[in-house]
Design a protein around this ligand. Sequence first.
Ligand code: 2BA
Length: 109
Amino acid sequence: MKLVLAIVQDADTPGLMRSLSEQGYEVTKLASTGGFLREGNTTLMIGVQDDRLPHLKTLVAQNCRSRSRLVTPSVPMGEQGEGLVADPVEVPVGGAVMFVVNVDEFVRV
Ligand code: 2BA
């Protein structure tokens, strides 16, 4: 068995959770925040049998699309405080980031 930690954008979460539920996956949803953009995202914990892992990856890929966000880099203060306005840069986000972890034991009591 594997534990998949899937970090997805909030906008993709409802559709992905619907697909996962329809396909019989069990999911726990956690509210999370990206360390770089400091924006909310969603982390899904999905316990899955090894043979279903490729199908799960396909579902995630189908439901999560890549977007870009504009970020204004912070610039260190200059001596005269001039020329410090940095242009926004585009940062790609997603589709999704997945960690796949081996599960030693799954217990339901
Ligand atoms: P954030 O940390 O908010 O990152 C959003 C996007 O910013 C990333 O998209 C990436 O394109 C870019 N980015 C992140 N760190 C950067 C840096 N130091 N310099 C330049 N650009 C940077 P994704 O790679 O699709 O990641 C989406 C979200 O997945 C991340 O949100 C974070 O919450 C999570 N994530 C990604 N890689 C991770 C990792 N190795 N460990 C833990 N969480 C991760």
